[in-house]
Design a protein around this ligand. Sequence first.
Ligand code: ADP
Length: 490
Amino acid sequence: MATVAETPHPPKILHTECFIDGQWRPAVSGKTFETVNPATEEVICEVAEGDAADVDAAVKAARRALESGPWNRMDARDRGRCMYRLADLIEAEVDELAALETLDNGKPIRESRHADLPLVIDCIRYYAGYADKIHGSTIPIRGNYFTYTRREPVGVAGQIIPWNFPMLMTAWKWGPALAAGCTIVMKPAEQTPLTCLRMAQLAKEAGIPDGVINIVPGYGPTAGASVVKHPGVDKIAFTGEHRTAQIIMREAADTLKRLTFELGGKSPNVVLADADLDRAAKGSYVGLFLNQGQCCCAGSRVFVHKSVHAEFVSKVKELAKNRKVGNPFSIDTEQGPQVDKAQFDKIMSYIDKGNAEGANCIAGGGRAGDRGYFVQPTVFDGVSDSMAIAQDEIFGPVMSILTFEDWEDLIRRANNTFYGLAAAIWTRNVSNAHEFAKRVRAGTVWVNCYDVFDAAAPFGGFKMSGQGRELGEEGLKAYTECKTVTVSLD
Ligand code: ADP
C-alpha cells in the first residue's frame, strides 16, 4: 500500500495559514488542525483552524475590495485578463498541484493530473471569457420611458466546498464569482485544504487584488457557520450534503442571503435491452467507481433490463475485480483510498447493511490492505428498491444492481427518491432515450455516456439535490443581481 516515501516527487507544502486581504495569517485563536494523507493515515501537516474572528476579518477585506478597492474600479476586460493569468499559472504548476491534490485527498494521480486539473484550467478560462460579456437588456415598456437592466455583482460570495474534488470545486466557485466582479470568502473542506490555499497564492501572483479572494480553513459548524451567518456576506454557494444545506438555509434566513446548493444524489443509471452492453458496462463502471465512488452524481442505482441482466452483471463484475486499487501516486492505480476514516467506516457499514438485507455481493465487500482507507470495489446484485444501499447516498465504491422489465415501472422507480441530481440511459433507441430524458426528474441526463462535464454545461439538482445551477451561463447569473433602470423621456 501507499506511503509518502513512494511518492516520486513529494509536493511542496507552501501554505497552511488563512489567506486574508492578500496576507497569510495564523488563526486568531492560534489553533490548528491536522490534515491527513488517507493512503497512509499519516499527518501531512497542521493547518490554521479559522473561526468567527478570522471569517470576520475575511469578510471585511472582501467588502473593502468589493466596494472601494481596485477590483471595483477595474475594467471588466482586465478582470478577465487576471483570470486568464491565473489559469496560465495553474497550468504551469499542473504536476505540482496534481500531486498536492493526490496527497491530501487520495485520488489517483492519473485522475488529478489528467481529469481534475484540465477541468480546473478550462473552467477558469471559460469564465475569464465571460468577464466582459455580462450585460443587461433594453426593454420596451408602456409610456415614454427608456428602460434597461444592468447585471451587477451579487456582492461578497461565501463559498463552502467539499473534499471530493477540492481544486475543481474551487474553480467552479471562483470562476463565475470573479467574472461577475464579486469578492470571495471561501471555506475549503477540513479534510482537503491544501490545494485551495495554493491556488490563493497563484491568484495573488496573477494580479487578482488583495481582498478579492480570502480563504479561511477550518471546520463546518465553526468557520463554515460563521460565513453563513455573517451579515457582510451576500450569497452562499455551497456544495455538500443536503442535511448541511438544510442547516445553512435556516441560518441564512436572518440575513436572507442568496443561496445556491449543489448536493447529493442517488442517480439512476438505466441499461435497456438494446444497449451496447460493453459500452454500458464500462460506462456504468466509471459512472460509479470514478473518484472512489465519491461523486455526488455517481450512478449508484443501476437498473438493468431483465433480458440482459446476466450478461451485464458478468461484465461489470469482471471490471470491478480487475480494478487496480493502491498507491494513488502509481500511474496505473485506478482507485485510491477514501478520503478519511469517517467515510471509510460509513461505507463499510453500508456494505454490512447490503449483506444483512439480502443483496448478493458479487465483487469486493471488504477493506483493501491493512493501512490507509482503501475499500475493495464492491458490486451488489439482486438489490431491491427498499434496501438501504438503494436508498441512501453511500459515497463510496459500492454499486447496486436492480432489474426491471416494464418501462412505466422503470420511470416510476428511477424517480422514486428525494434526490434528483443526475441520471443516465444506455440504449440504441432514440425515442426511449429522449422520453427518459424528459421524464426523469434530474438536473443532468447522460445518454450513452456518464460523467461528461464541461464548464459550459449547467450542473445542479432537482428536488433535494440542490438549488440553482453551477457552470455555464446559469452559473454566472447566480453571481449577479438584476437592476432595472427607467428613465423618463418627457
Ligand atoms: P461531506 O459529508 O461531503 O463532508 P458536508 O456537507 O458535511 O459534506 O461538508 C461540506 C462542506 O460544508 C465542508 O466544507 C464542511 O466543513 C462544511 N460544513 C459542514 N457543516 C457546516 C455548517 N453547519 N455550516 C457551514 N458549513 C458546514
